[in-house]
Design a protein around this ligand. Structure first.
Ligand code: ADP
Ligand code: ASP
Ligand code: MG
Length: 402
């Protein structure tokens, strides 16, 4: 007998048939004698639909009210899933984030889980109930509902597994596991049997939305036994774990991130302190900067960098307000760019990997705007319209389908 946390994503519970199928699967695990805690997402496109509804009424709605609205999607799913399990004749209880004791910080829209007060959960498990918990939500110190950021139900599941000391955390989704790239972009993409936490964290942070990046961070920190698998069949899926038993692959995966915009500040004085002025200003307002490029200065220099699209307007407004203080001549922006990245723990000792990636892009006639590298990844910025082609070309170049 084990304690098992299972998570079902939005597409896995999108309609009546799928809810029933998920209910049966949960019950199968329970019938084997296991204690089962389930985190579930909002059905299908519910979260997107709720965002659209809010836009119609107030495009500048406060983050607090947005969280109040978005958290309702998951509340619908937990109740429906619990009803489905009741109909199969098994003991079950659904819990909102608050009822499940999920305590978060106050960052509306992208809250972090501080801790989970597990007493209620334990009581329900002791009473032999299947526990269904709303993903993506918790409460903050002010007793307000907060959400964890898009895709955050994965993090709810891993946090539950960590807090309860679960034997395994199974993330059920609409693909069979973690692939060498998004199987919806490249149909030759290959499923990985296992992947290290570090590689998975990079992939998730660089656009592989199969797992929320915070969920991977937390799984690594608390050594959670994490598996990604299909909710539509019984295939074993991909194990995410500490040490990669297979040989360190040069490149494990290719990702694309469309949520990127580039800002360029032209004609900045070539003097100490300029970069500090720009990036401390942005940091003070909570705007994360990713790739940074500075040209070689003569009298003046140019600095360009990327931010997420959602932060673009805010960043532009700040930079325009502080134009005299920073002292640039011209500001340029574009959001029709995407970041394409390769990830692999074996890259660190192989200097030729980046060159091979650039060759793939050259062969495909795709221009690179910016480049950034780390020990286990190389990222390039390209025009969005070329991003899928870039992913396919790179995937092919490294023979990831073989
Ligand atoms: P869920 O609703 O179950 O949380 P998501 O849509 O958040 O599902 O995540 C699953 C999707 O992630 C897949 O349908 C796939 O298109 C996408 N994806 C992106 N990169 C990868 C990858 N490397 N491996 C598997 N899936 C990926
Ligand atoms: N429902 C939320 C979203 O669509 C959370 C999740 O699915 O994980 O982002
Ligand atoms: Mg998801």
């Amino acid at each position: 007998m084990a304690l098992i946390v299972q998570k079902f994503g939005g597409s896995s519970v999108a309609d009546k048939e799928r809810v029933m199928r998920v209910a049966n699967r949960i019950v199968d695990t329970y019938k084997e004698g296991n204690s089962v805690v389930v985190a579930v997402s909002a059905q299908g496109d519910t979260t997107d639909d709720l965002i659209a509804k809010a836009q119609e009424i107030n495009p500048n709605a406060s983050k607090r009210e947005m969280d109040m609205l978005l958290s309702t999607g998951e509340q619908i799913s937990i109740a429906l899933l619990a009803m489905a399990i009741e109909s199969l004749g098994y003991p079950v209880v659904s819990l909102t984030g608050r009822q499940a004791g999920i305590k978060c910080d106050s960052n509306y829209g992208s809250a972090k889980i501080d801790n989970i007060q597990v007493q209620r959960l334990k009581n329900e498990l002791d009473s032999k109930r299947i526990v269904i918990v709303a993903g993506f939500q918790g409460i903050n110190k002010a007793d307000d509902v907060v959400t964890l950021g898009r895709g955050g139900s994965d993090t709810t599941a891993v946090a539950l597994a960590a807090a309860l000391g679960a034997d395994v955390c199974e993330i059920f989704t609409d693909v069979e596991g973690v692939y060498t790239t998004d199987p919806r972009i490249v149909k030759e993409a290959k499923k990985l049997d296992d992947i290290s936490y570090d590689e998975m964290l990079e992939l998730a942070s660089l656009g592989a939305n199969v797992l929320h990046n915070r969920s991977v961070e937390m799984a690594k920190k608390y050594n959670v036994n994490l598996v990604v698998r299909s909710s539509f069949n019984r295939e074993p899926g991909t194990v995410v774990k500490e040490v990669n038993s297979v040989e360190k692959m040069l490149v494990r995966g290719v990702t694309r991130d469309n949520d990127v915009a580039r800002i360029a500040l032209l004609g900045i004085e070539d003097a100490p302190g300029e970069a500090f002025k720009i990036f401390s200003l942005l940091a003070k307002h909570g705007i994360n900067v990713d790739i940074i490029l500075q040209s070689i200065g003569r009298d003046t220099k140019d600095i360009s960098f990327t931010v997420t699209e959602s932060n673009l307007d805010k960043a532009i407004k700040l930079l325009e307000e502080k134009k005299d203080y920073i002292g640039y001549h011209e500001l340029k922006q574009r959001s029709d760019v995407s970041k394409v990245s390769i990830v692999g723990a074996g890259m660190v000792n192989n200097p030729g990997v980046a060159a091979q990636m650039f060759e793939a892009l050259y062969d495909a006639g795709i221009n690179i705007h910016m480049i950034s590298t780390s020990e286990i990844k190389v990222s390039v910025l390209v025009n969005s319209k070329n991003a899928e082609r870039a992913v396919a070309a790179i995937h092919d170049k490294f023979h990831l389908a073989d």
